[in-house]
Design a protein around this ligand. Structure first.
Ligand SMILES: [Fe+2]
Length: 228
């Protein structure tokens, strides 16, 4: 299997390129528009045909490369049915299969960071978007976020996955590339709570600044910005 984890320095975003092998079909999760040329080069070097692109949610901190990649490769654009993106080809629901050849991703609706946040389980690993980060969790104070929904997504969905499941988030700000469900359950400071109320108490008292790009990124990601 080809599994490339790419990092965008500006937004600390992780982008994933997945394929069953050289010369085969590929899928990209959470691309950043400025890095489109890099993705195209990697696809070319590995002789991959990009067939699907997924955004885990409407991002507020960077402009997605979803629409630009689709413009250049004709790949199909996928997000959850709750997404406000105007350029999607496929809107998935909870517990649907997304296939590229013999690779299968299962969608898990994990609202809370936003109301359109999805995670994707692929065998031994799960792409958690901003729902579950390494040693942190996604903020819940904008984009129709909800700390109670986030608690449910975390405790009743993601943390119920097998404990050895690898966690691949959409961001990391400390150089960590992946974690496991077990490690997050035991060590993630946000997850050491006994109730949804306790979790909401933490999340409602973070007082974070809005992301610098928010006013540009959210409308651009709804409209599906391309480079020209
Ligand atoms: Fe986000």
């Amino acid at each position: 299997m080809i599994f490339e984890q790419l990092f965008d320095n500006k937004s600390s975003t992780y982008t994933y390129i997945i394929s069953s092998g050289k010369g085969r079909e590929a899928l990209i999760i959470d691309p950043v528009i400025e890095n489109t040329e890099d993705y195209i080069n990697i696809l070319k070097n590995l002789d991959l045909k990009l067939v699907k692109v997924i955004d885990t949610h409407i991002h507020a901190d960077h402009i997605s490369g979803l629409n630009e990649l689709s413009k250049r490769t004709k790949c199909s654009k996928i997000m959850g049915e709750q997404s406000s993106s105007e350029v999607l080809d496929v809107r998935i629901k909870d517990n649907e299969k997304i296939k590229i050849e013999n690779i299968e991703l299962i969608s898990i609706y994990t609202p809370g960071h936003t109301d359109c946040s999805y995670s994707f389980l692929m065998n031994d690993r799960v792409f958690t978007g901003d729902t579950l980060l390494i040693n942190a969790t996604g903020r819940t104070d904008f984009q129709s976020g909800s700390s109670y929904d986030a608690y449910d997504s975390l405790f009743n969905k993601l943390l119920k996955l097998p404990k050895k499941t690898l966690v691949y988030p959409a961001h990391d700000y400390n150089g960590k590339k992946y974690s496991t469900i077990e490690n997050e359950k035991n060590n993630n400071p946000r997850l050491q709570v006994k109730s949804a109320e306790e979790y909401a108490e933490i999340m409602n008292n973070l007082y974070l600044d809005n992301p610098k790009m928010m006013d540009i990124a959210v409308p651009a990601n709804i409209k599906g910005l391309t480079l020209d």
